[in-house]
Design a protein around this ligand. Structure first.
Ligand code: AMP
Ligand code: MG
Length: 419
């Protein structure tokens, strides 16, 4: 009888780590890069701030109006009954303050964002004021200090407005601009080198010989890395020759913070990635109980983080998404939290064998009641990129789960902009 060895298709492989264990090991072993650089506000989008930023200003810097209307002193609001007439003595527009003072019985026409003049502390919406020549009439139905924005409402001088380690989103760039800060220190972007391995692979534009296929993974990786805003170096296709892969890998590890290969990560005769990593670096793990993506080599070559992704394009994408993406964030020193998952009603039957965590490709949408539903993209072959291209989420099925019947609730992980 033939003695069987653990294979890539086995659902229960005693040597493979669970998805969660793999992620935990990655988190433990990645050290943030130290390099910082000065950037101007226009260069800063997407970078991680390297130092806390404190505000040199109160924001808002002065008391200003939240409405178009009339600035008054609250003591002029009539008591429970009756109306009051106030004389309009001037205007305060945004950027053009009224430079006098308001006395009792007086008001100033004011616009949103304009300084509330001396002597005033309250704004009456223009819709609530009856204009009579150079007077306005107001009722008793107003509250003292309404419709004004006070200095420091948002934050005060000296408050930390963004902490080191936070990613500079457009809102945060706006926040920095709002206090007049135009230059600051950020963490430099990680450098990522990648190449494909496989005798059968041709770059687009090359002639295909019998048995050849086009290399999709480098284009996928390029797209995803670009979206992550890292500096990427495409090192091409390397044939399944151990010495050549080893040489390219060493060169890549010398120039990059993180190296990604695809293909050759399994146990076939032309699969050298794990063997080479063992020789020139350290293997963290190389098999994960997930589908797609079981043969995934992770480790280090000196200080460089290494991922040997599976060759099948869907597996390469899924493992990049689940593991390389958080690793790059960790390299930049960002703290990462578990991805958002939602509950959805599955509207088709899903095949699943217990043993591995499945990341099936799904299309989520709302039904006519506004409830989240998810459909499968169809056959789940890890060589079938069209199913990934159609999908907008992963349907995440836990390791122990079996087949899913139509109508069951499942967990979905919506794709972010990377896919
Ligand atoms: P491997 O991991 O090298 O055993 O490859 C597994 C499968 O993925 C094989 O069918 C390969 O031809 C295919 N494959 C490997 N690398 C690529 C690539 N860069 N683009 C498209 N398919 C690939
Ligand atoms: Mg191969």
């Amino acid at each position: 009888m033939i003695k069987k060895q653990a294979s890539c298709n086995d659902e229960f492989d005693p040597d493979s780590l669970s998805f969660e264990q793999a992620l935990a090991r990655i988190k433990e072993s990645i050290q943030p890069i130290k390099g910082k650089k000065n950037v101007t506000i226009r260069e800063a989008a997407g970078h991680i701030l390297a130092e806390d930023v404190t505000s040199p200003l109160n924001v808002p810097p002065f008391i200003n109006s939240a409405m178009d209307g009339y600035a008054i002193n609250a003591s002029d609001i009539p008591s429970s009954t009756g109306d009051t007439e106030l004389k309009v003595i001037g205007k305060s527009f945004a950027g053009k303050p009224f430079d006098g003072k308001i006395n009792s019985g007086e008001t100033v026409r004011i616009m949103t964002g304009a300084v509330v003049p001396n002597g005033a502390d309250t704004v009456i919406m223009q819709e609530h004021a009856e204009v009579k020549g150079s007077y306005i009439k107001i009722s008793s139905e107003h509250k003292a200090k309404q419709n004004v924005r006070n200095p420091g409402d948002d934050f005060f001088i000296g408050d930390t407005i963004i902490k080191a380690g936070e990613r500079l989103s457009p809102a945060k760039l706006g926040l920095l601009a709002s206090v007049g800060i135009t230059e600051f220190k950020v963490i430099r972007k990680p450098v990522v080198a990648f190449f494909s391995t496989g005798d059968e692979l041709k770059g687009v534009g090359q002639h295909l010989e019998p048995g050849d296929i086009y290399d999709s993974n480098r284009y996928i990786l390029f797209g995803m890395l670009e979206k992550m805003g890292v500096e990427c170096i495409d090192m091409g296709v390397v044939p399944d020759i151990k010495e050549e892969i080893e040489l390219t890998l060493k060169e890549a590890a010398n120039i990059a913070d993180l190296v990604i290969t695809s293909g050759g990560a399994s146990v076939g005769e032309a699969d050298f990635i794990k063997i080479i990593l063992d020789e020139i670096g350290e293997v963290g793990f190389w098999k994960i109980a997930m589908k797609p993506g079981k043969p995934l080599a992770f480790g280090h070559i000196n200080d460089t983080v290494f991922f040997g992704l599976p060759g099948n394009p869907v597996s390469a994408m899924a493992t990049f998404y689940q593991f390389v993406q958080p690793s790059l964030r960790l390299l930049e020193g960002e703290s990462i939290s578990a991805p958002v998952k939602l509950q959805a009603r599955c509207i088709s039957k899903l095949k699943k064998r217990p043993g591995r965590t499945d990341f099936q490709r799904g299309i989520m949408s709302s039904d006519s009641n506004g409830q989240l539903i998810v459909d499968t993209t169809g056959i789940q072959g890890s060589h079938m990129l069209s199913s990934m291209a159609k999908a907008n989420c992963f349907i995440v099925l836990t390791r122990d789960a079996g087949d899913i019947e139509e109508g069951e609730t499942v967990e979905v992980q919506p794709f972010n902009e990377l896919i």
